[in-house]
Design a protein around this ligand. Structure first.
Ligand code: G4P
Length: 523
């Protein structure tokens, strides 16, 4: 690496998107191993037990074998610093995943070679597309029977409307799979020796003959003729604009092709990108520190009832001990112990740069969507909230604890665990979630953390939308006319609730100047 490369250029902040079971966890492990992060965590002896408890702090997570939390892992490889933002695998926590994708500069899309593009991959891809996040594709499980690779590329192009450029190509498939051929470098990587590559003169090099069956080698050569004939070269600009994806083939389980992937991220994936704030774009190289909170995590350590706000640094240098301004309130907050995460461990972060994600312990000061700066009144936009698909009323087993419930719900809403809507007619709060499992998490946390046993009751509403309008009088009239169906969210924004999608549409059709939205940026 060029010694003059600055801290921003060295960084790659990315996430892995995939359908459950495609191999995201296996690939993450292999990437961390390669970056030494797992070893590093393992070296911190004596903390082992604490680490284990921490990683599965919550009963639900343990019981169901799912990862509820979103975390970040930092590792170094080839002179670059990688920040891998993990996302929950379960669909019910998709909101968390979407918010995490606002904090990355690129993504790796993992596809099961036998299955192709699956439902959740498509949805996550669409979120990436909204922000033009460049995607590197990893076709996984090449050690098994797979679909025809051309079919897979075709499917990516058709279903996702994304151009593909194969960067490597499999030699043989399933039982005959011998390794991959690097189309640009003209090298072969054998399945049994991932860390070494063999230089060859091209697909017809006799060294390839002995690697697998003659039929598989013949097919490989035919396929390479087609690829080279098509002449679709890789174009960095097109990739960075999100129009084109380089495709790599491998097997996460066999730790094969993972070097190709990480080298690709180092070579092509963008370093921290400029970020849109209200009124101006913030360049990562600006001197003053700025960043936004995209995730709040409670109880990362059961011994300390702390809340960690995950801040994506967008510019400048965050230094331990500095005071930052919380733009929402205008108040200074001291950053006395910002943290980095290494696999399951955390370390104090003395300094962090654009692209880094630091955890900031706090006791409820920070909310999702908050902007921190070194003084400027910047507001970063685009950490979204999604209209819930499930609305419920909460039944408190001990009615004397109503005040405590209100406080607890406010905190859960600030963390993004649930959304809380306060009906304007003064009736009890309604909570909203995107996935049913979030209700279980809420119930458990209310019990464990606040000593509040709760149950849920159906609400007479099933759908809701944020409503806005440029014609203030018309908006006020709408709110007035629907007073018994209106609520305010955490920020006081008006929300219209309806018993069914039909009634929602019916009322909105009658109010053409009102804009109803399923997504709202955090304030
Ligand atoms: P996910 O996080 O995307 O849900 O997937 P995960 O890595 O957990 O992988 C899902 C299953 O696929 C696991 O098997 C894993 O071992 C397997 N797998 C991942 N990569 C490869 C690969 O390259 N080749 C093959 N053949 N299998 C792969 P499992 O039986 O469900 O779990 P486990 O008992 O192996 O942990």
């Amino acid at each position: 690496m060029d010694a003059s490369t600055g801290p921003v250029d060295r960084r790659r902040t990315f996430a892995i998107i995939s359908h459950p079971d495609a191999g995201k966890t296996t690939l993450t492990e292999k990437l961390l191993l390669m970056g030494g992060a797992i070893q590093l965590a393992g070296e911190v002896k004596g903390k082992r037990d604490r680490r284990q408890t921490r990683s599965d702090w919550m009963g639900i997570e343990r019981e169901r074998g799912i990862s509820v939390v979103t975390s970040v892992m930092t590792f170094e490889y080839g002179g670059r610093i990688f920040n891998l933002l993990d996302t929950p695998g379960h669909e019910d926590f998709s909101e968390d995943t979407y918010r995490t994708l606002t904090a990355v500069d690129s993504a790796v899309m993992v596809i099961d070679a036998a299955k192709g593009i699956e439902d959740r991959t498509r949805k996550l891809f669409e979120v990436c597309r909204l922000r033009d996040i460049p995607i590197v594709t990893f076709v996984n499980k090449l050690d098994r029977e797979t679909r025809d690779p051309f079919d897979l590329l075709d499917e990516i192009e058709k279903v996702l409307a994304l151009d593909t450029v194969p960067m490597t190509w499999p030699i043989g498939r399933g039982r005959d799979f011998a390794g991959t051929y690097d189309i640009i470098a003209r090298t072969v990587r054998r399945i049994d020796t991932d860390d070494a590559v063999i230089p060859v003169s091209g697909p017809n090099d006799p060294q390839i003959d002995g690697l697998t069956t003659p039929e598989a080698v013949a097919s490989f050569r035919e396929e390479m003729e087609l690829i080279e004939g098509a002449g679709n070269g890789f174009d960095t600009d097109s990739f960075r604009q999100g129009h084109l994806t380089p495709v790599y083939f491998g097997s996460a389980l066999r730790n094969f092709g993972v070097h190709d992937l990480i080298d690709a991220l180092a070579a092509f994936a963008p370093s921290p990108r400029p970020q849109q704030a209200e009124g101006r774009v913030v360049e990562p190289t600006e001197e003053k520190m700025s960043g936004f909170v995209f995730k709040i995590q409670a109880n990362m350590d059961p011994n300390h009832r702390d809340r960690i706000a995950f801040l994506r640094v967008c510019s400048g240098k965050l230094q331990r001990g500095m005071k930052a301004k919380l733009v929402r309130t205008g108040k200074p907050i001291p950053l006395s112990s910002p943290q980095f995460f290494f696999a399951q461990d955390r370390l104090l972060a003395d300094e962090a740069f654009a692209g880094d994600v630091v955890g900031i312990p706090n006791h409820g000061t920070l909310r999702i969507g908050d902007t921190l700066t070194e003084g400027e009144n910047l507001v970063f936009r685009g950490v979204p909230s999604f209209a819930p698909e499930i609305l419920r009323r909460i039944r408190l087993q001990d009615p004397m604890k109503a005040k405590k419930l209100k406080e607890a719900l406010q905190q859960m809403a600030e963390e993004g665990v649930v959304q809380v809507f306060l009906p304007q007619d003064g009736s009890p709060a309604i909570i909203g979630v995107v996935g049913a499992l979030q209700l279980d998490v809420l119930k458990e946390r209310m019990q464990v953390e606040y000593g509040l046993p709760i149950d849920f009751e159906p609400s007479r509403f099933t759908v809701c939308r944020w409503v806005t309008g440029t014609d203030k009088d018309a908006l006020n009239m709408f709110v007035e006319r629907h007073r018994s169906s209106m609520a305010s969210d955490l920020d006081g924004a008006p929300v219209f609730m309806a018993p069914s999608a039909f009634e929602l549409r019916y009322e909105l059709d009658r109010a053409p100047t009102i804009t109803a939205s399923e997504i709202k940026d955090y304030q």
